[in-house]
Each structure stands twice: as C-alpha cells, then as structure tokens.
Ligand binder design. Structure first.
Ligand SMILES: Cc1cc2nc3c(=O)[nH]c(=O)nc-3n(C[C@H](O)[C@H](O)[C@H](O)COP(=O)(O)OP(=O)(O)OC[C@H]3O[C@@H](n4cnc5c(N)ncnc54)[C@H](O)[C@@H]3O)c2cc1C
Length: 463
C-alpha cells in the first residue's frame, strides 16, 4: 500500500507543471486567493459573467493539489442538510439553497461535457445507510418523499449487497467525479480563457489600500515576490482559513482519510454495486464509499485527528493509525475485500464549521469575501459558493448574493487550546462508542457519557 500525501487521483491524472509565481506588482479587477474548487469556480463564474474582467488567482502550491484534487469525489447536493439549514435559516431559505445545490450537481456535469473535460462525471443517487442498530434512522429527518426518499434494508442491499446494511435513505440528485481531473481541467480551461493563475504564490497579507490616489479601498494581496491590487478579493483557502486572525474561531480543522483498493471488478459485480451510487454510513464520524470507473472501491473515514492552529500537512495528509482503522472498517462493511490489496491511502484537512454548513463572510467592509466550513461536503457546494462569491465580487446584487449562507449569524468554536483538547477527547470517545455499537455492544460508561455529550449540549460533532 502506498501512503501518498497527494493521493491516487492526482497521480492518476498527472499533476500539471507548476505555473510561474507572481513577480512584481500587477492590477486586476478581482484577486482570488486559493486555487481549489472554490477559487477556480469563482474565477470561472466571473469570466462567464463578465468576460472582460481581469481575474488573478494566487495559489500557494499548485491548483488542485489540496483537498479539491484528492477528495472522495462525492458531488452532493445539500438536501441531506435540509434539517440543519432549516434550523439556521428557516424553511424557505433552506429549500432555496438545496434546490440551487442540485443545479450545481448538474452544472458540473454540463460543464465537463461542454468543456470536454473527462472528469469521470457520473450521476447516481447518494445513499446514507445504517450499518448498525445505533445508526438506524440516519438521514431520516431529511426525507421529503421527493428529493430524499427512504429505503428498506432490501432496497439498500439491492443497490449494494453489504451484509451489514440495514436500510437508509437516498438523495436522488448526486454524482461522482474524478476530483483531480476536474480540478486540473478547470485550471486548464481558465488559462485558456486568459485568467492569470500564479502558482507557488502564497498570500501572506491581504488588506485594503486606503491611500491609493486612484483606487482608495482597493484590495492588495501580497506574496513574497509581488502584489496584486484589485477592486475586490475572494479568499478561498479552505482549512487555511483557520490561520486568519478574524476567522480562526469560526472553524476547526480535522482530517479525513481514504483507502483505495486495487481494481476489484468481480467484488463490485458480486455486490451488485454497478450503478455508481455514492454511499455514507450513519456514523457521526462517518465512513464514505464509492466505486471508480476503473473498478476500484474507494473507502474513506472522517475520523481523523484535530489540527492545532489550522495547520495542514503532516498527519493531516497521511496518518498511518487512521489509515489502519479505515482499512479495518472497509473489511467490516465489505468482508469480501479482506484479502484484497489496498493500492493507495491518503488524507487531507477538513474545514469544519460549528453548524456543519459552509458560510460566506464579508471582510474589509465589503471589498473581500471568504468561503469556508464545507465540513467534508465541498465538491458540489464549492460550485454553489462560487456563484455567490463571483456575484459579490462583481457587485451584481442578484439572488446568489442574498442566499442565506452569505453572512449568516456568526457561530464560533471555543478558542485554542481548549478547542483541540476538548474535541480530541470527544472525538476519540465517539469513535470508541461507534465501534463498540457496530460490534453489537457498548463502550465503558465514561466513554458513552463523553460520546453523548455533544448531542446533549446541542453541539455538532466534528466529522
Ligand atoms: C480526504 C478527503 C475527502 C473528501 N471527500 C469529499 C467528498 O467526497 N465530497 C465532498 O463534497 N467533499 C469532500 N471533501 C472536502 C472537499 O475536498 C473540500 O470541501 C473542497 O475541495 C474545498 O475546496 P476549496 O477550494 O475550498 O479548498 P482546497 O481544495 O483546500 O483549496 C484551497 C487552496 O488554497 C491554497 N492556499 C491556502 N493558503 C493559501 C495562501 N495563503 N495563499 C494562496 N493559496 C493558499 C491551498 O494550497 C489550496 O490549493 C474531502 C476532503 C478530504 C480531505
């Protein structure tokens, strides 16, 4: 098994050559900080809305080498989040976001087709499945009979015949993608459209320049070797948002890890899992799994460690203990894989918001906006966030600038070091409790009490 910080998707797609970094001072209409899906889709939306607008993207590494190029490839809508959205924003605003999120799922597919980017886009329902008695009812609160429907045990096993599946729900709109092919394809098409992308260009300061004689209040993004002055700025740095002083108490950073089998077409056939459905289990620290076009099974777990200070890299990218646990869970859900080879394993940081919902926050008095808090569901929602961000950056004042996730009531997390210490204890207890429940038992009373604490306090546990 290859432990690879960048993951198999990026190796399979072939990372493109590094673009030149920013050198000297340039002007733009919009500067985008971060070249993952959020930043790249924002640049795309701006180029579509105003083809003459000058957009500059500043990326610390290479576009798409972060979570955008190495995630599970679940391109999901927000319908499973309806109960959370409703609780935050009320029914009408929640439904508006969910419906727009379905448009994003289809829009990514339409984009791939129109742009001739083969990102393995495949539409299929997304399932949440109970894999133990304690998980029964997972996803049920999102059922509305149209967008999310209930499934019996027999119906779930007809989709994928795991012996532990006990029933669940299916979200009708969903797709899977090859995440790196999507990210690199988007980068390539942006370059073809004339968007300026600078790689190896970490932004170390972003501020308004109030003294500029011609453009007072313009945003200035500074790297080690240059500056971009622009009318507006978009901050799309995902987990690194946790390092920004103004936003550091708006999110926590944990990790998610993936193991990927060698091609196992015979197992997939025997499971009857040939429809391309993406599946998560009903844990709070959830497992997620899907098939790939080349006949592999990808299996991930959101139970990684917490990061202090929003730091990424290291165990956020590759955590051998978490990978070993993820492999054990794979074998539990799919016993037929117990003697099959795992080819690759990797992870990456997750920007977890206290509500589990992404937010778009206005900075610098309305000259800059940051999007973060996808909490492990960012592939589809980053496309949707880009619609809000592009409109805000262009001052278009259309519906996406008024969606409820733009400047929601601020919800904060406890300061560090309490946050990391507390969340680490609670997550470890939750992981032990959920493992014990899957084995048909219960953990010790202290563990169970700790695992139950977040729900009692009305906290959303980091996943
Ligand atoms: C293992 C794993 C599995 C996942 N699976 C799924 C899934 O199946 N479905 C799903 O919906 N979501 C999934 N996610 C989450 C999803 O990948 C993210 O929510 C999404 O990619 C976020 O996109 P982004 O552009 O906001 O962030 P990123 O892809 O992290 O991009 C941010 C970029 O900003 C750059 N950057 C950071 N700091 C600076 C700076 N100072 N200056 C310039 N650039 C900077 C980084 O280098 C990076 O390229 C998963 C995540 C992980 C780690």
């Amino acid at each position: 098994m290859i432990h690879d910080a960048h993951g198999w998707w990026i190796a399979d797609a072939g990372a493109p050559a590094l673009l030149p970094s920013l050198a000297g001072d340039i002007e733009a209409d919009v500067v985008v900080v971060g070249g993952g899906y959020t930043g790249l889709w924002t640049a795309w939306e701006i180029a579509e809305a105003e083809p003459n607008a000058h957009v500059a993207v500043l990326e610390a590494d290479r576009c798409g080498m972060g979570p955008s190029g190495r995630n599970g490839g679940f391109l999901s809508s927000l319908w499973l989040y309806l109960p959370l959205l409703r609780g935050q924003y009320g029914e009408a605003a929640a439904v508006e976001l969910c419906e727009a999120s379905v448009e994003s799922v289809h829009a990514v597919g339409a984009w791939c087709e129109a742009q001739e980017v083969d990102a393995w886009y495949r539409e299929a329902p997304h399932l949440v499945v109970s894999c133990a008695p304690g998980q029964d009812g997972a996803g049920a609160r999102a059922v509305n009979g149209r967008d999310v429907v209930p499934l019996t045990a027999a119906e779930t096993r007809a989709v994928c015949d795991s012996p532990v599946f006990r029933g669940g729900v299916a979200t009708r709109a969903g797709a899977t993608v090859h995440p790196a092919r999507l990210a690199f394809g988007l980068r390539e098409r942006l370059l073809e459209r004339g968007v300026r992308i600078f790689e190896g260009s970490a932004v170390r300061a972003l501020h308004a320049d109030r003294t500029h004689p011609e453009a007072p209040g313009a945003m200035v993004a500074e790297t080690a070797a240059g500056r971009v002055r622009a009318a507006t700025a978009v901050v799309a740095v995902n987990a690194a948002t946790g390092r920004l002083r103004r936003l550091r108490n708006r999110l926590t950073v944990s990790s998610s890890h993936i193991v990927l089998t060698a091609p196992v077409p015979d197992v997939i056939e025997a499971l009857g899992w040939t429809g391309g459905e993406a599946i998560t289990d009903g844990r709070a620290l959830l497992h997620y799994f899907r098939t790939t076009r080349d006949g592999r099974i990808l299996f991930g777990w959101g139970g990684g460690r917490m990061s202090a200070g929003g730091r990424t890299g290291g165990r956020m990218d590759v955590d051998p203990d978490i990978i070993a646990q993820t492999r054990r869970s794979l074998d539990r859900i799919f016993p037929a894989l117990a003697d099959r080879r795992i080819d690759h394993a990797w992870g990456g940081p997750i920007d977890v918001s206290p509500t589990h919902l992404p937010a778009i926050v206005t900075l610098e008095g309305g000259r800059a906006w940051a999007a973060f808090g996808y909490t492990g569901n960012g592939v589809g929602p980053s496309h949707l966030a880009a619609r809000s961000l592009a409109s805000l950056a262009l001052d278009r004042r259309d519906a996406p600038t008024r969606w409820a996730w733009v400047d929601p009531p601020p919800k904060t997390v406890p300061p560090e070091p309490l946050r990391v210490a507390g969340a680490t204890v609670l997550r470890a207890a939750l992981a032990r409790s959920e493992s014990a429940a899957e084995a048909g038992g219960r953990a010790d009373p202290v563990t169970e009490a700790l695992a139950a604490l977040p729900e009692k306090l009305g906290l959303h546990i980091v996943r």
